[in-house]
Write a protein that binds this ligand. Structure first.
Ligand SMILES: C[S@@+](CC[C@H](N)C(=O)[O-])C[C@H]1O[C@@H](n2cnc3c(N)ncnc32)[C@H](O)[C@@H]1O
Length: 326
């Protein structure tokens, strides 16, 4: 089996052989005009997704199912940005979500580690080192409320009393414990990969008499939360540290209830007056690209905080097929 992708500047030939799913990434600063031709195909489908590293969006629809045709050219289109990724499958059964077929290692690159970086890249940025638990005191500094407008963020989240919130990269529980009293009929789950951080969170909860919190010791590539159980996923100053951002986002997309949403808080990279190490900042455009690529819908961005922006994404609600009448 063979798939030929013709591009303005690139020609890629991919042999399926044992593989039945592949991710092909093109990079073209001028944008990409692409067409895909198949020969020797069995039944199957290809999926053009919106996984676009380095900038731009597919300019028609976000994700297109491209059924194999008998004609040689079965699909064509264009992107406005630098890079387009085509996910294709020769599986005759249509996968529920083609993004689940992606081999994540194909999405990562490597560079010489910069100061405070881990030398691993994802969608054009180097991932930062994890803030160790010895820095816990900095998270709880008294001036944080004023510096970061933490109360404004908690108000802005506008939680419902019964909400289940997952605070990912919860650290000492600074936000977990401020949100828990606002969801008396629900709970806040603090997820961190450092057991020492979870221990501090638990001790702080005990001291404050807050009962509706749980801690989860997450894995670097899985938040460990059951599917469809969470109303809100919160990341504060944490996502840029994730060594496996693709896997984490996919695990959290599953954990969210349909229609549930993400609150992503990152220091504004666009703003040179925000005095935070570069790898610990993220631009709004970068954050949107990364989350939209993983299947989230961007809803809005709030700019009220002094140093961070707050991006809201929603998990799409998948329409169930209507039962046939009669
Ligand atoms: C800078 S701290 C922020 C803590 C907290 N969100 C706050 O604002 O106070 C980032 C936290 O993310 C955690 N972290 C890093 N990678 C993670 C992952 N893959 N899953 C869960 N937590 C992670 C780190 O252990 C650290 O505690």
């Amino acid at each position: 089996m063979r798939l030929l992708i013709g591009l303005v500047m690139t020609m890629a030939t991919v042999s399926a052989q044992a593989e039945w799913c592949e991710v092909i990434t093109f990079d073209n600063p001028a944008g990409v005009q692409w067409s895909a031709d198949a020969s020797d195909w069995d039944d199957g489908h290809a999926f053009m997704t919106r996984i676009i590293a380095g900038g731009g969006h597919i300019n028609s629809v976000a994700r297109v199912d491209l059924p194999m045709a008998t004609s040689t050219s079965f699909a064509s289109g264009s992107t406005t940005g630098r890079t387009a990724t085509l996910v294709w499958s020769i599986d005759p059964a249509q996968p529920a979500d083609p993004l689940d077929r992606i081999k994540s290692e194909k999405l990562y690159g490597s560079v010489k580690p910069s100061y405070d970086g881990i030398g691993k890249t994802y969608m054009g940025r180097e991932i930062s080192q994890v803030m160790g638990h010895l820095g816990a005191g900095w998270l709880e500094r008294p001036e944080r409320e004023q510096e970061e407008g933490t109360n404004i963020l908690v108000e802005m989240m506008d939680v419902e009393p019964g909400d289940v919130i997952a605070d990912i990269g919860s650290g000492t529980g600074y936000f977990t414990l401020r949100l828990a009293p606002r969801v008396p009929g629900g709970k806040v789950i603090g997820v961190d990969i450092q057991p020492q951080m979870n221990a501090i969170l638990e001790e702080n909860a005990r001291k404050q008499g807050i009962k509706n919190v749980e801690t989860v010791l997450g894995k670097i590539d899985d938040a460990g939360i059951p599917p469809n159980t969470v109303d809100i996923v919160l990341f504060v100053d944490a996502y840029h540290e994730f060594s496996h951002p693709w896997e984490m986002k996919r695990s959290l997309l599953r954990a969210l209830k349909p229609g549930g949403h993400v609150v992503l808080v990152e220091y504004r990279k666009e703003d040179p007056t925000v005095m935070i190490k570069p790898l610990h900042k993220m631009s709004q455009a970068q954050a949107r690209r990364e989350f939209e690529a993983a299947g989230f819908n961007w809803i809005t961005t709030h700019h009220e905080l002094p140093q961070q922006h707050v991006l809201i994404f929603r998990k799409p609600v998948v329409e169930e097929p209507q039962a046939a009448a009669g």
